[in-house]
Structure formats: structure tokens, C-alpha cells
Write a protein that binds this ligand. Structure first.
Ligand code: SF4
Length: 187
């Protein structure tokens, strides 16, 4: 049930019991985070391109809790939505992704690396000779032999396709999240 319907149902039940209840719908900013894992960061670059046209409008409605591409002070606590770019290539990344999941209500993967690992999973298809050539790099940085998508580590709620992300699809996703999270009822 949506927030407005819930508010109306609560008010109706209360008034049937003889209590006067005043409910109003207040707006709060959508609190989002952007997190980059194994990839070229082209999806986050595309997000900054989208801000060229959407920033003024979204500034009124969106708070950037965590976005290293935009600011130096970042805090992932209490996120409504976390946007995840890139595939997962190490335990360090897997742990970070789990921490993000624990701090957000909705986790959205953006771009094909995060959705299915490609194209950042090229080493998954290397033969034994190629793997032996890159072994020192994997060992040096404690990387997995095979790169995995985000949904192999945490529950994913939604995705924005593309490589990089398709602009219109990202805008649709951000605007549906604004609608989903920005209305709170006040008694
Ligand atoms: S999906 Fe494409 S653009 Fe996005 S991070 Fe991966 S390689 Fe880069």
C-alpha cells in the first residue's frame, strides 16, 4: 500500500474510534550513495553527464550521502538507495558491498559490469597460460581468479542496463526512487 493510502486508512480507522487525527504528507530528500567497484567508472561518468541537465531539479529532492565523484566527505549510513557500479573482484570489494547493502534500503546495480560482470570479467575466459601470466597481479592485489556480478554477493533490488548506463533508464530509475522514498507521513 502506498504512503498516501496508508495515511488515509490510518486516519479513517482513528476517526471511526472517535479520535481526531491530522495527517499531512511531508517531503524529505532521497538520500543516495554511489559506489564503484571493478570497472572503468564510465557509468559514474555518465551519471555526472546526466547531472549537467538534471542537477538543479534533483538538488531540491536528492541528498548525496556518498558520492566520491562529487564530494570529499562521504557517509554511507542511512541511505535510501545505493547505486552500484562495477563487478566484484576481491574479498575487499565483497566486504564493502555487504556493508553498503546493510546501510541502504534499496540497492540498484548500474551498468553491465555490476549486472552480469561483463566486460570487466575478461580474465574469467583466460586459458591456463594467460592466467599464469597475470597470477602475480592477482596475488599482489588479492584478487579473485574470476570476477563476479553484484548479485552473487548481495540481494539486488533493481538494475539500470547499459555499458555505460542508458541515460533515459537511469533518469527513470532516479525519478521512481524519488517518488518511492521522498514522501513521509506526519501525524
Ligand atoms: S558497465 Fe561499461 S561503462 Fe560501466 S563501469 Fe563497466 S565497463 Fe565501464
Amino acid at each position: 500500500m502506498g504512503v498516501r493510502k496508508k495515511a488515509a486508512a490510518t486516519a479513517g480507522a482513528a476517526s471511526r474510534k472517535g479520535h481526531k487525527v491530522f495527517l499531512s504528507i511531508a517531503k524529505k530528500k532521497l538520500r543516495v550513495g554511489f559506489f564503484s567497484f571493478t570497472g572503468c567508472e564510465g557509468c559514474v561518468v555518465m551519471f555526472t553527464e546526466i547531472l549537467n541537465t538534471k542537477y538543479k531539479e534533483w538538488f531540491e529532492k536528492v541528498e548525496f550521502g556518498y558520492a566520491c565523484v562529487l564530494q570529499s566527505k562521504n557517509d554511507m549510513r542511512g541511505l535510501d538507495v545505493a547505486f552500484i557500479e562495477g563487478a566484484i573482484g576481491s574479498d575487499v570489494e565483497a566486504r564493502m558491498l555487504k556493508e553498503v547493502r546493510a546501510n541502504c534500503k534499496k540497492l540498484v546495480v548500474i551498468g553491465s559490469c555490476a549486472i552480469n560482470g561483463r566486460p570487466s570479467d575478461q580474465r574469467n575466459y583466460f586459458d591456463a597460460g594467460q592466467m599464469s601470466e597475470i597470477k602475480f597481479v592477482l596475488d599482489r592485489f588479492h584478487l579473485y581468479d574470476k570476477v563476479i556480478p553484484a548479485n552473487a554477493v548481495v540481494k539486488v533490488d533493481a538494475e539500470v542496463p547499459g555499458c555505460p548506463i542508458i541515460e533515459e533508464k537511469f533518469i527513470e530509475m532516479m525519478e521512481s526512487c524519488i517518488k518511492e522514498f521522498s514522501e513521509v507521513k506526519k501525524a
